[in-house]
Write a protein that binds this ligand. Structure first.
Ligand code: ZN
Ligand code: ZN
Length: 367
């Protein structure tokens, strides 16, 4: 039985979440209604809730617009839109965030996370763009509508909590894809042992990278230890050893092939460049909090490629899900805390303040 109304958290002023009743949305063509069973809190949710961007609602910031944030969710298909036969009612699914508009040049190229019509889904600007939790309602609620292209089937033996982590692994996968993807036997350095970095370690190792090196900037023994369990051949605590020197030592002076930059640290690009061999590649997967100075001359004279990614394009989430289904790395290791839907503000606080060493905080609905 699907009710008419549902509980949903909405964003008021910056940092303010309110639990309200909203109508349960109805799926259109190529869409389904998902009953949300679990949702993970992401650092980008904190950006949206406290600062606004990258959320964009009706052309402006997301505050006081009855907008429901949250994007890393999974659940059960409970209603099909017209013409949908790709999924059955009852299917367990996890979601990609971005459906894009499906009609622009980038969407047609599979780069739907870089859709040219981002946020264009209202009034005279209705291009049908969807990125749940950013430009359309997200998952801190009981139900959400998803385009079928954003759904990934969840295997029976994967828990709800683990399934919320698929899109995080998908982002790491997309970063490795964008850098070229053929990484077996090549050296990958992951900078920053947050959720994307830790999943980056798991994905890189599963794809055959060797060695995989994880660096941490905090006195962050727990996360670095998790990195080892997820497949890092070496972990470097920069309190003990300079990260660039450590990479040079481990690679016997050669430097690495790829850096997946997940720290957002002000000097991250310059450090990454100095970890690389000539012609190496950097993928930026974290937001820096300030303008940063980059040594462009070093990048140019060493033929270093610099990529930025937004989210999880080119169906990378499906490939990450396949690795997780094959149990090639154990994403469950990064899930540390669980709260019910009523406690979303507490979940947000645990993630934001890293209470009790929180890494991935999951909100699990009670059904
Ligand atoms: Zn996220
Ligand atoms: Zn588009």
């Amino acid at each position: 039985m699907i009710p008419e109304k549902m509980k949903a958290w909405v964003l008021g002023n910056p940092g303010e979440l309110k639990l309200v009743e909203k109508p349960v949305p109805r799926p259109g063509a190529a869409e389904v209604l998902v009953r949300i069973d679990a949702i993970a809190v992401c650092a980008t949710d904190l950006e949206v809730i406290y600062h606004g961007p990258p959320a964009l609602i009706q052309g402006g910031d997301p505050f006081n617009r009855n907008f429901t944030p949250g994007h890393e969710y999974m659940g059960t298909v409970v209603r099909l839109g017209p013409g949908v036969d790709e999924f059955d009612v009852g299917a367990r699914v996890t979601v990609e965030i971005h459906a894009g508009c499906g009609r622009c040049e980038r969407c047609r190229e599979g780069m739907y996370t870089a859709c040219l019509n981002y946020g264009m889904n209202y009034g005279d600007h209705d291009k049908g763009h969807r990125a749940n939790g950013f430009t359309t309602d997200g998952g801190f609620a009981e139900y959400a509508v998803n385009h079928i292209n954003t759904l990934v089937q969840v295997p029976d033996d994967m828990s709800d909590e683990e399934a919320t982590l698929v899109v995080t692994a998908g982002t790491a996968m997309y970063g490795l894809d964008v850098m070229g993807g053929l990484i077996a036997g090549q050296t990958v350095v992951v900078v920053g042992p947050g959720p994307i970095g830790l999943m980056g370690v798991g994905v890189a190792k599963a794809l055959g990278a060797q060695p995989v090196i994880l660096t941490g900037t905090r006195a962050d023994k727990r996360r670095l230890e998790l990195g080892k369990k997820l497949g890092a051949d070496h972990v470097v605590n920069v309190h003990d050893e300079d990260a660039v020197a450590a990479v040079k030592r481990i690679t016997k002076g050669k430097g690495c092939h790829y850096v997946l930059e997940c720290s957002g640290a002000p000097d991250a690009v310059n450090e990454a460049a100095r970890m690389l061999n000539r012609g190496g590649r950097i993928c930026l997967a974290a937001f820096a909090q300030e303008l940063v100075l980059v040594d462009v001359a070093y990048l140019v004279s060493n033929n270093i490629y610099l990529f930025g990614i937004r989210g999880e394009g080119r169906s990378a989430t499906h490939r990450a899900a396949a690795l997780m289904q094959q149990k090639r790395f154990d994403a469950r290791l990064i899930h540390t805390h669980t709260f019910p839907l009523e406690d979303v503000p507490t979940a947000i606080r645990y993630a934001r303040e890293r209470v009790d060493d929180a890494i991935k905080v999951v909100v699990k609905m009670r059904h």
